[in-house]
Write a protein that binds this ligand. Structure first.
Ligand code: ADP
Ligand code: ADP
Length: 227
């Protein structure tokens, strides 16, 4: 298993305002799979993704990425592991507006003082159809183009796993389909593991495995038959 969550619990607030967002939930993700996490608003999807991605520490339980326990390491080590082994794609892109497309894509690598594999980055840029936009600034791009930059950035460090939180939530139907198709193409080409949260069934249907969350628990876990 590339990622394992064991007996996870996450509670927000306390006393009368307590919300159990995740309730004793366990999940195993096999390498190379594209997993969609679906469910109603407020069911705990984002919390689960953030817990699995090392962004929100659970109240109980453990997360293992490639066998390493995320919440047993210090913050600096976790931050570095996140940048090197995990890619993140968010609903609102989270790109840096004062930098151009190429700078945004290689930023996580620069932050770690790692060598950029220029041939690989060039290949990713082409795969995502951004070759004409390399030196464009973020505000010159459409939403769909910005999300393609975010996917390229997520791929830049050749991560073990990509976490996508409602990656199409701020896009129109056409761009949404394009973005999720590209995520799928990238997953296949680089044998990436992808975990994507979405409330959109059509978008989720691209996944190899669809996990439904209800009230902080897994209520359905469906694997697509491989064609
Ligand atoms: P989803 O992504 O499925 O919409 P969330 O994980 O965002 O669900 O939320 C699950 C539950 O936890 C909801 O009841 C939500 O209001 C609550 N919640 C999420 N984040 C916080 C937070 N930072 N503080 C308090 N409650 C939160
Ligand atoms: P989504 O379901 O698309 O993830 P949400 O509106 O549930 O979006 O959450 C957006 C952000 O607000 C998240 O960072 C979440 O942790 C936070 N949040 C959600 N519900 C609450 C809440 N009840 N109180 C405080 N923060 C919350």
């Amino acid at each position: 298993m590339i990622l394992e969550g064991k007996n996870l619990r996450k509670t927000y607030g306390f006393d009368d305002n307590k919300v159990d967002a995740i309730k004793n939930l366990s999940i195993d993700i096999e390498e190379g799979t594209f997993v969609a996490i679906v469910g109603r608003s407020g069911s705990g999807k984002s919390t689960l993704l953030h817990v699995l991605g090392g962004l929100v520490e659970p109240n109980a339980g453990e997360v293992f990425l490639e066998g390493q326990s995320l919440y047993n390491m210090n913050d600096d080590t976790l931050t570095r592991l996140r940048r090197r082994r995990m890619g993140f794609v968010f609903q609102f892109f989270n790109l840096i507006s004062t930098q151009n497309v190429l700078e945004n894509i290689v930023l996580p690598i620069h932050l770690d003082n790692e060598q950029v594999d220029n041939d690989y980055i060039e290949e990713v840029i082409q795969l995502l159809g951004l070759e004409d936009k390399k030196y464009a600034f973020i505000h010159e791009l459409s939403g769909g183009q910005q999300q393609r930059v975010a996917i390229a950035r997520a791929l830049a460090s050749k991560p073990a796993i990509i976490f996508a939180d409602e990656p199409t939530g701020n896009l129109d139907a056409k761009s949404s389909q394009e973005v999720v198709d590209l995520l799928k193409i990238a997953q296949r080409k680089y044998h990436e593991t992808v975990i994507m949260v979405t409330h959109d069934e059509l978008i989720a249907s691209i996944a190899d495995r669809i996990i439904t969350i209800e009230d902080g628990q897994i209520v359905q876990d469906t694997r697509k038959v491989v064609k």
